[in-house]
Write a protein that binds this ligand. Structure first.
Ligand code: NAD
Length: 499
């Protein structure tokens, strides 16, 4: 069995805590490697190394820092197949989807190549007699990020690329379920020219996370994962005086109006509901057709599409629609929630419970499920299932549909399918959700816009990537400068004001 490592100060380093976790191949159910779980001492040592390396990196001019990102992008393209294979082997998603995971991270690295422009400050010439005023965007120092299992390439890059190009050092604590790709990314950043100690990967669990939260040198924490952990990290990080942004769970509604193209809506729902086995924070997990006739037409179109979905291991090639879920525990949780749906009176229209794949009986595969007649009080409606389970809630009017999404505690993404511009515009304006699609089921913004939910899907002020990331990873300093020729004689005892 392969022993994974940390990546500290430019080298693969074995764990010293004596604690480790199993990493599975979700398709076969086998343990394929062991990942060390860092102690607080190991975290603190990495932080000290980062703190020693960071000032020299901050002094490198932004254009040269951007060139490291340019080279890194080339290396990601060079190693795309290798990265996707390692990602699918630990996560379970299909190879094309694994490449998408890498590419959505790569696109943020491309955006970060614009750092010299994005880091420019403001300047006011002659703000007063002989006085100039200018602002600087300076790096925070040592920053850290804690990432989830479901995008092991994209989300680490969303954090470390802007952090590093702004001149910070970054410590990544990836998910212990799929840590190999983050380790590979750290190696590639150094091959691209990043000095040692600026990007380090320390594997671990709660003990490592708590050590990051309590370490006084760390200036900021980025987190993506489930809502209860997001809330915990936000509270503890803020209480320790850090800048913190936490992105949590989701329950994304797609509203289907009677005038929507029902084939398009059904195709969109199948991709957005079952892609990556539903393990996406932007997956659609609730379909809300407006009117019973719309609901009946939609279900009629959905059922054959869902029954035709091909579930299998990534090794089966491009022919597979989605793979296994990440762990046996995730599978058991999905099955438990499906049972609560049945017990609480929802109608199971497509039943994936008996799904078995010959030769992969020990893999963590879950068949596709479709529920109809789901109501607001059911656990399958209130809870994030994070599996291939789509719930249909029938609404009798547009108002009822929009209010469902408005009232739900999560606010990550949502979509409306309609041909009516007025309705779409009203929906986009009134909805209290961070990312909205109009006839687009998974409206993940591109790298130069920002990504973030509302309500219980986000804790903090600034979104991920786009211009917000450059604000999150820098502090503004404003300088007021006057040279001796502009200085009048004598002290000033009252606050200077413009006359
Ligand atoms: P998770 O919350 O279990 O784990 C996320 C990270 O937190 C991991 O690195 C893990 O090691 C760490 N962690 C787990 N328990 C902890 C604890 N008690 N104390 C401190 N740290 C702890 O999430 P996951 O299962 O890896 O990922 C799936 C979740 O992430 C879903 O809820 C999904 O919606 C969410 N997600 C959100 C976004 C977004 O942008 N909003 C994106 C991707 C995933």
């Amino acid at each position: 069995m392969q022993e994974l490592t940390h990546y500290i100060n430019g080298a693969h380093v074995a764990g010293t805590s004596g604690r480790a976790a199993d990493v599975y191949n979700p398709a076969t159910g086998e343990v394929q490697s062991s990942v060390p779980l860092a102690s607080a001492a190991e975290i603190n040592q990495a932080v000290d190394i980062a703190a020693a390396a960071q000032p020299a990196w901050a002094a490198v001019n932004p254009q040269r820092r951007a060139r490291v990102m340019m080279k890194f992008v080339d290396l990601l393209h060079r190693d795309m197949d290798k990265l996707a294979e390692a990602l699918s082997r630990e996560h379970g998603k299909t190879l094309p989807d694994a490449k998408g995971d890498v590419i959505r991270g790569l696109e943020v690295c491309e955006f970060c190549i614009g750092a010299p422009h994005l880091l420019k400050g403001e300047f006011t010439d002659s703000a007063g007699p002989g006085i100039d005023m200018y602002s600087l965007r300076q790096p925070l120092g040592v920053t850290a990020g804690i990432t989830p299992f479901n995008f092991p390439a994209m989300i680490p890059m969303w954090m470390f690329a802007p952090a590093i190009v702004c001149g910070n050092a970054f410590i990544l604590k990836p998910s212990e379920r799929d840590p190999s790709v983050p380790l590979m990314l750290a190696e590639l950043m150094e091959e691209a020219g990043l000095p040692k100690g600026i990007l380090q990967v320390v594997n671990g669990d709660k003990e490592a996370v708590d050590a990051l939260l309590d370490n006084e040198t760390i200036q900021s924490i980025g987190f993506v994962g489930s809502t209860p952990i997001a809330a915990y990290i936000y509270e503890r990080g803020c209480a320790n005086g850090k800048r913190v942004q936490c992105f949590g769970g989701a329950k994304n509604h797609m509203i289907i109006m009677p005038d929507a193209d029902m084939d398009q809506a059904a195709d969109a729902l199948v991709g957005a509901g079952y892609g990556a086995a539903g393990e996406r924070c932007m997956a659609i997990s609730v379909a809300v057709p407006v009117g019973d006739e719309t609901a009946d037409r939609l279900i009629e179109k959905l059922v054959p599409r869902i029954e035709a979905l091909k579930v299998g291991p990534y090794t089966a090639g491009n022919d597979v629609d989605f793979g296994p879920v990440v762990t046996a525990a995730a599978k058991a949780n999905i099955e438990r929630l499906v049972q609560t749906g049945i017990d609480q009176g929802a109608k199971l229209v497509v039943d994936g419970r008996d799904f078995k794949l010959q030769g992969y009986e020990d893999g963590f595969f879950v068949g596709a499920h479709l529920f109809d007649n789901v109501t607001k009080d059911m656990d399958i409606y209130t809870t994030e299932i994070f599996g291939p389970v789509l719930s249909t809630v029938r609404a009798q009017s547009y108002e009822e549909a929009i209010n469902l999404a408005i009232d739900h505690e999560y606010g990550n993404g949502t979509a409306i399918f309609t041909r009516d511009g007025d309705t779409a515009r009203d929906f986009a304006n009134r909805i209290n959700i961070g990312m909205v699609g109009v006839n687009v089921p998974i409206p993940v913004p591109l790298a130069y816009h920002t990504f973030g939910g509302w309500k219980k899907s986000m804790f903090g002020d600034l979104n991920q990537h786009g211009p917000d990331a450059f604000k999150f990873y820098t502090r503004t300093k404003t300088v007021t400068a006057r040279w001796p020729s502009g200085i009048k004689e004598g002290g000033e005892f009252s606050i200077p004001v413009m006359e």
